[in-house]
Design a protein around this ligand. Structure first.
Ligand SMILES: Cc1cc2nc3c(=O)[nH]c(=O)nc-3n(C[C@H](O)[C@H](O)[C@H](O)COP(=O)(O)OP(=O)(O)OC[C@H]3O[C@@H](n4cnc5c(N)ncnc54)[C@H](O)[C@@H]3O)c2cc1C
Length: 473
């Protein structure tokens, strides 16, 4: 029998389940259809498991260097089975939390694969969802007034570079490794590639990063890319930028060998495994889009600023629409979509206000325009930069690499962008985000008295540095 809902959400990842909670808060009768596990990529194959591994790697690396703190630890060993066990427990705890939230919100969860049907006996409009149940039960038929597509994304590979899950892997398989390889080639020096490079290096793996662009983290500020590359190279990671990987040269035996074109020459790289991290493609297949007028362009579902597709009662959010493929972006898109469905008047998201983080060592965080972007847009730019080596707390931590850089408008004093590399900057960036939302000037940031000694002093000093008035450097 068909079941009626105000809203059915296809996909229970960060975008989908957060949208469901907001819908329940607004009194909408809501269901989520999830073919895997509630929490999606972020909880099971992304943010959380990767950060759990990164934390173990960081503790291992720091313990090996504990002598510099006057702490003598001998015979430091890594138990990778326990590392993975810790990761699994964290994921499981959060997974139970999400399941609890669905119950609390009285949100129906259908464990199965959902597909959008065209006009049918249930509804004259496309949007009825047929759910093929994981437990083999008869298909459920859900008839909603509105639909949100939140089916997420999966790892992309290079044409001709097949993922075998053993020698050639993506982050999905890397997260499940039972033992660490001795060496690894990472194809792609973007966010995921650099996080894995940093983590595996801290675990003692020999790492080579091959990046096609002329710098790693190519969407970050140029100074940030340069600093991270410098630090990672100092730690022994081999980084080759401007390297065009040639999939047809892949050779697999006990090890994996691949050639890359670099400065007009072909060079071969060999390692025990190869991790391909060249972006993520949207899950648009098999969900019944052909039964609708929904437009897919360059692999992503097209929407307006409230996430309505060409079918105005069918919305799409998160990784499946492209743009910034981040968990906090997916969830906020979900909230905007739901509030629009509920007849409220949500403000469209300003994507230049969104903070982005890389959880490598050192960490990277940014919000707003890079210096290059600001110049390209015609701003009369002034820049303030303050190094962590002049911050007492960073020296106390024993992590004094990196800086805070502020890009501001010389004419209006507007804060255009903030870029950070260094210890705990992923927790510091929210101050910069708030400053941008509140339209604060660097002067206002600097005159917010920052407690001493804290890492956050670097933000205040960088704000002073914008006008050449930094105190400690
Ligand atoms: C290694 C890695 C690390 C990352 N780290 C971070 C980070 O630190 N911070 C950050 O912000 N982002 C991070 N991300 C990105 C983040 O995981 C995604 O942006 C986020 O998960 C997107 O949420 P979503 O809801 O759009 O999609 P997803 O989380 O992918 O959820 C989609 C869900 O839909 C389900 N689904 C798909 N098709 C169907 C169907 N037909 N029927 C039913 N269910 C279906 C899937 O099973 C899945 O659970 C990381 C990603 C990776 C891979």
């Amino acid at each position: 029998m068909a079941k009626e809902y105000d809203l059915v959400i296809l996909g229970g990842g960060t975008g989908g389940y957060v949208a469901a909670i907001r819908a329940a808060q607004l009194g909408l009768k809501t269901a989520v259809v999830e073919k895997g596990k509630l929490g999606g990529t972020c909880l099971h194959a992304g943010c959380i498991p990767s950060k759990a591994l990164l934390r173990s790697a960081e503790v291992y690396a720091q313990t090996k260097e504990s002598e510099t703190f006057g702490v003598l630890a001998s015979d430091v060993k890594l138990d990778f089975v326990k590392v993975q066990e810790r990761k699994r427990k964290i994921v499981e705890q959060l997974h139970k939390g999400v399941q609890g939230l669905m119950k609390k919100g009285k949100i129906d969860v259908y464990e199965g694969t959902g597909r959008i049907l065209g006009p049918s006996i249930f509804s004259p409009m496309p949007g009825t969802i047929s759910v093929e149940m994981n437990n083999g039960d008869e298909n459920e038929m859900l008839v909603p007034k509105n639909v949100i597509i939140a089916t997420g994304s999966r790892p992309r590979t290079l044409p001709g570079l097949d993922i075998d899950g053993e020698l050639v892997i993506t982050s999905d398989e890397a997260l499940q490794l039972e033992a660490l390889p001795k060496s690894i080639i990472i194809v792609g020096g973007g966010v995921i590639g650099i996080e894995w490079a940093s983590m595996l290096n801290d675990f003692g793996v020999e790492v080579t990063v091959l990046e096609y662009a002329d710098r790693i983290l190519p969407t970050e500020d140029r100074d940030v890319s340069k600093e991270v590359e410098k630090v990672l190279k100092q730690r022994g990671i081999q980084i080759v930028t401007g390297a065009k990987v040639l999939p047809e040269t892949l050779e697999k035996g006990k090890d994996v060998t691949i050639k890359a074109e670099h400065k007009g020459e072909q060079k071969a790289f060999t390692a025990e495994k190869m991790l391909v991290s060249v972006g993520r493609q949207a899950n648009v297949e098999g969900i019944g889009l052909e039964n609708t007028d929904i437009i897919v362009e360059k692999g992503f579902i097209q929407t307006n600023e409230f996430y309505q597709t060409k079918e105005s009662h069918i919305y799409a959010i998160g990784d499946v629409i492209g743009g910034l493929q981040l968990a906090h972006v997916a969830s906020h898109e979900g909230i905007v979509a739901v509030e629009h469905i509920a007849g409220q008047a949500p403000s469209p998201i300003d994507y230049t206000m969104i903070s982005k983080c890389v959880y490598s060592r050192p960490e990277v965080a940014s919000v707003g325009l890079t210096e290059d972007e600001a110049k390209e847009k015609g701003f009369n730019v002034k820049v303030g930069k303050f190094p962590f080596k002049a911050i007492g707390k960073a020296l106390v931590f024993g992590e004094a690499e990196g800086f805070v850089k502020i890009v501001a408008d010389k004419n209006t004093n507007d804060l255009l962008g903030v870029h950070m590399v260094g210890p705990h900057v992923t927790d510091m960036i929210s101050e910069a985000g708030l400053a941008r939302v509140l339209d604060a000037t660097p002067w206002e940031v600097a005159h917010t008295i920052h407690p001493h000694p804290t890492l956050s002093e670097a933000m205040a000093e960088a704000a002073l540095a914008v006008d050449g008035k930094a105190i400690h450097f």
